[in-house]
Design a protein around this ligand. Structure first.
Ligand SMILES: [Mn+2]
Length: 282
């Protein structure tokens, strides 16, 4: 069973006595990269850690999964991250029995910053209890196309509203959509260097033993770090067939996710509306 944690950008998976807490897009060190541009924001690491401890306190998970972009600097390691990231993981590792990381596009050279017992899973994603998790910056592994539930991040989804005065309000949201995984068989096999027959779905079954689902539930997680910008999912320019190309991440760009009918929810669980309806308000 997967449930969003009320008022937190976090997901809880339960199976028997085991509980896995999933969070994404912490972007630790984001403010350091701003400082280089002359913009000074106090370090957010303390705040993120505090919020993380609150979520752990509330859910009491047995393990944690980070769904990508733990840190911010893409390839190199910023001086500050050398201290912040190990400290962060040392503190939370005392509260759970295991920590796993599915790397995102910002997680180059993350490994040396993590305690030894933190497991790094493939960046193509992983299946935990039949739920497929991948960060979203790259194509997922072929195996994930057979999952009834897919969870991704990377977009830092938000909705925007404009009032009569022209004031713009943005809020972080969960996006719940339907994904046609059959459509993804061809580009993913191609990416894997597998020659496909006319029927990519059949090729996927032949080469990987995976039956692609025609309608999987597709959940996009809000970023755990609320100090970041994100993609406004109800932007007018992201509407219409063939326009999904402006979404970030190959799966969303490919048009296999029904964005128009996707539902958005605030962190407290309030249903905001379907993306299609919300476009007139952006
Ligand atoms: Mn990302």
């Amino acid at each position: 069973m997967i449930t969003p944690v009320k008022s937190f950008p976090a997901l809880l998976l339960r199976k028997g006595s085991e509980k896995v807490l999933v969070v994404a897009d912490l972007h630790i060190g984001w403010e350091v990269s701003l400082a280089e541009k002359g913009i000074h924001v106090p370090s957010q690491t303390e705040r993120i850690l505090e919020k993380m401890m609150q979520a752990i306190e509330l859910c009491r998970p047995t393990s944690l999964v980070f769904l990508g972009d733990v840190k911010h600097a893409v390839a190199k390691v910023e001086l500050r991250e050398w201290k912040d990231i190990p400290d962060f993981f040392e503190t939370i590792s005392r509260k759970v029995s295991s920590i796993r990381v599915i790397p995102g596009n910002h997680d180059g050279s993350l490994k040396p910053l993590l305690p030894k017992d933190v497991e790094i899973l493939p960046s193509k994603g992983a299946i935990l209890w039949n739920v497929g998790f991948f960060h979203g910056h790259a194509w997922p592994a072929p195996e994930l196309l057979g999952c009834r539930d897919l969870v991704t991040a990377h977009v830092h989804p938000m909705v925007a509203f404009r009032d009569l005065m022209g004031f713009r309000l943005t809020r972080q949201v969960w996006v719940k959509a339907v994904c046609n995984c059959e459509m993804l068989a061809e580009p993913i096999l191609k990416r894997m260097g597998v020659k496909t027959d006319a029927d990519a779905v059949a090729s996927l079954r032949k080469h990987y033993g995976v039956r692609a689902k025609a309608s999987s539930r597709f959940l996009i997680m809000p970023s755990f770090n609320d100090f970041l910008g994100g993609q406004t999912v109800n932007k007018k320019s992201l509407s219409g067939k063939g326009r999904s190309g402006t979404f970030i991440g190959p799966v969303l760009r490919f048009g296999s996710v029904d964005v128009d009918h996707a539902e958005t929810y605030l962190l407290d669980g309030t249903f905001v509306g379907r993306i299609e309806q919300l476009r007139k308000l952006s």
